[in-house]
Design a binder for this molecule. Structure first.
Ligand SMILES: Cc1cc2nc3c(=O)[nH]c(=O)nc-3n(C[C@H](O)[C@H](O)[C@H](O)COP(=O)(O)OP(=O)(O)OC[C@H]3O[C@@H](n4cnc5c(N)ncnc54)[C@H](O)[C@@H]3O)c2cc1C
Length: 379
């Protein structure tokens, strides 16, 4: 039983299906429509998606950047330019940029194609009971379900995490992220070159790349803010507010923000929780943001959740005793996930210093992140 149909839960489900292990995903939402924008998937994640048999479909919905660059925040001058990016050659798998909704749809359709009943919507998980060699999950509508293991993939506000460990509130980490989508045909011709760029300035940075057949510019604009007062974690944001936050920045940045699709600009408060020393109790465990929410400065939250999902599926397929399988999954995954939580926070510090080439991912870190192979790592 998997609680939560985010990217982590869906990859776990598809991984289990591919290994012939029956599973159900319980999602609280009444439908699978996604609020979302762009997502970058590094080779450590695309390697997993390819192993799940999705290479051809990914080729249809994803873009691979032909070059990566950093630009000066107010002059727009190129500071670093890497035109020799060939991730496939260097790391054995591609680097993709994609609309999160497109990847989500691909995963749900593939899972439902294998088993039409695999995803149960309107299933708001409220509690569980361990019963020796089974676990019973309870839902807000009074329904119950039981299975051999229960996996909490219920995101950064995870109830499963609170039930397993000490209840705690996620804390605001001092950053807001504005995310928006801008149609390329609203922008001056030739503005978006190369297809992927980051602008770093004191206290703020702006990342943009092309998605959906290169017709949309996806951007994430980060700014430090002392507090977050909205009740919700993400709210609609006015374009004027984003423009004001980035006043004086390079014309390219202001053009992109100023032409954001109406209703397509959102503001997120970035929240985190202390890394856990353990995830698993007997037949219940955590996965993805529920286990290890991280700041998005290395673009690894979804990628690490995708790795988790595949390793969990391998552990359950390879080990007959479910409790031992979960312990092996945790041993294989926890050190890597918690290290990435720390490194993501450190990257935030680096990025918000004075602009300069030092804010790109350090080569050593990149190699460590991108070469990880969830399909063969010891479990
Ligand atoms: C600004 C920003 C930019 C980012 N950019 C990137 C990027 O470029 N690359 C990258 O890899 N990552 C990125 N991330 C991180 C990434 O989005 C998350 O780490 C990832 O989506 C986590 O996936 P998940 O499946 O663990 O959780 P989620 O996607 O949060 O899914 C949790 C699911 O559980 C469901 N749920 C919750 N509670 C219950 C319940 N009680 N009962 C039933 N269902 C429940 C929810 O409805 C949801 O569907 C970014 C994050 C932010 C904020």
């Amino acid at each position: 039983m998997i609680v939560g149909a985010g990217l982590g839960g869906l990859v776990a489900a598809l991984g289990l299906q591919r290994h012939g292990v029956p599973c159900r995903v319980f999602e609280r939402a009444p439908s699978l429509d996604e609020v979302g924008a762009g997502l970058s998937l590094s080779p450590n994640a695309t390697r997993v998606l390819i192993a799940l048999g999705l290479r051809r479909q990914l080729g249809r919905i994803c873009n691979s950047p032909e070059a990566l660059c950093t630009k000066h925040f107010d002059t727009g001058e190129i500071l670093t330019l890497d035109e020799s990016v060939n991730y496939e050659e260097q790391y054995g798998a591609p680097y993709y940029q994609v609309h999160r909704a497109d990847l989500h749809t691909l995963l749900t359709e593939t899972i439902q194609g294998n088993d039409a009943q695999a995803i149960r919507l309107n299933s708001d998980f409220v509690g569980f009971e361990s019963r020796g060699d089974s676990v019973e999950a309870r839902f807000a509508d009074g329904s119950r379900a039981s299975g051999e293991v229960l996996i909490g993939c219920d995101g950064v506000k995870s109830l499963m995490r609170d039930l397993l460990w000490r209840p705690g509130k996620p804390h605001y980490l001092g950053y807001v992220a504005y995310r928006g989508l801008t149609p390329v045909d609203r922008l001056p011709e030739g503005l978006i070159a190369p297809s992927s760029a980051t602008f770093s300035g004191p206290g703020r940075h702006f990342t943009r790349y092309l998605i959906r057949g290169r017709e949309l510019v996806n951007y994430v604009a980060f700014a430090q803010r002392a507090e977050w007062t909205d009740e919700s974690w993400f709210v609609g944001a006015g374009i004027d507010e984003v423009l004001e936050s980035f006043a004086g920045w390079a014309p390219e940045v202001l053009h992109i923000i100023g032409n954001t699709q109406e209703e397509r600009c959102h503001k997120w408060g970035l929240f985190g929780r202390k890394p856990l020393p353990r995830w698993t109790r007997e037949r219940v465990t955590l996965l993805g943001d529920a286990a290890h929410p991280m700041l998005p400065f290395l673009g690894q939250g979804a990628s690490i959740a995708i790795e988790d999902g595949f390793v969990l599926a391998r552990a359950l397929a390879e080990c007959k005793d479910p409790a031992i399988a979960l312990a092996r999954y945790e041993a294989a995954r926890l050190p890597r996930a918690n290290e990435t939580v720390e490194q993501s926070a450190a990257q935030g510090e680096r990025k918000h210093r004075k602009p300069g080439p030092g804010d790109t991912i350090h080569e050593f870190l990149q190699t460590r992140l991108f070469t990880y192979d969830a399909t063969s790592v010891a479990v």
